[in-house]
Design a protein around this ligand. Structure first.
Ligand code: SF4
Length: 224
């Protein structure tokens, strides 16, 4: 029997309330740059707040430092952003700062000749992941241009890179959000989304869900 859309929404709301879940469910922009199975498990198990890494904590300290020490007019820090994906699902994120009509992201980076540019001076572009995330924030905020400020972890020297809104790039991110949604819906139904595989096998090394994946399919062994 085909269920009308209104009833599908009502049924989902009832199920979310019974399971004690927040509705709409939220997908963090940052989670879409990594293993999408991990993003799905994190939403299903409600564990995202326990998954902060040392680098993320250092990043938070940098944001706080800028916030407390830099005074320029018309700047807002830690700006929450949302984008409705569908009934029941929203994409969420937090821009580090919005100055006038420009979004600013502050990143801390260590430099090492063996792994990318050896110094801040030699860095010609910000990482793809950072661009993808800032691009999502631009779309969510309805703005056109942003800057990624990269701070050298060893000296707090900095450099900035311009990013312009790119609709195609955002559409690709949304397609990954739909993979996560399908994965969570399968988990809700008691199925494991083994068809979602990590982008890089080394992501699994420090993943909190490794014991779960180890019991099911050890994806890191297949992709090596
Ligand atoms: S262990 Fe690997 S495949 Fe499993 S959720 Fe983590 S990163 Fe993804």
């Amino acid at each position: 029997m085909e269920i009308p859309d209104e009833l599908k929404t009502l049924n989902r709301e009832i199920k979310d309330k019974i399971a004690g879940r927040k509705s709409p469910r939220r997908i963090w922009v940052t989670s879409l740059s990594f293993c999408l199975r991990k993003a799905a498990l994190s939403i299903y198990l409600g564990t995202s707040k326990y998954e902060r890494t040392g680098d993320m904590l250092l990043g938070t300290l940098l944001h706080k430092w800028v916030q407390e020490n830099v005074e320029v007019g018309d700047i807002e820090f830690e700006v929450p952003l949302e984008y409705k994906i569908s009934d029941g699902w929203i994409l969420v994120g937090r821009a580090d700062a919005i100055l006038g009509d420009k979004i600013l992201e502050f990143k801390l980076k260590g430099f090492n000749q063996e792994n990318g540019p050896g110094s801040l001076k030699e860095m010609e572009e910000p990482s793809w992941t950072w661009k993808e995330q800032l691009n999502a924030y631009l779309t969510m905020a309805g703005l056109e241009e942003g800057y990624i400020y990269v701070f050298n972890r060893d000296g707090l020297d900095f450099k900035h890179f311009k990013v312009e809104k790119d609709k195609e790039l955002f559409d690709k991110l949304l397609r990954r959000a739909w993979v996560v949604i399908r994965g969570v819906e399968e988990l809700d139904q008691g199925k494991f989304p083994a068809w979602i595989t990590p982008r890089r096998s080394d992501e699994c090394d420090s993943c909190p869900f490794r014991p779960i994946c180890a019991a099911i399919d050890k994806p890191w062994e297949k992709s090596r």
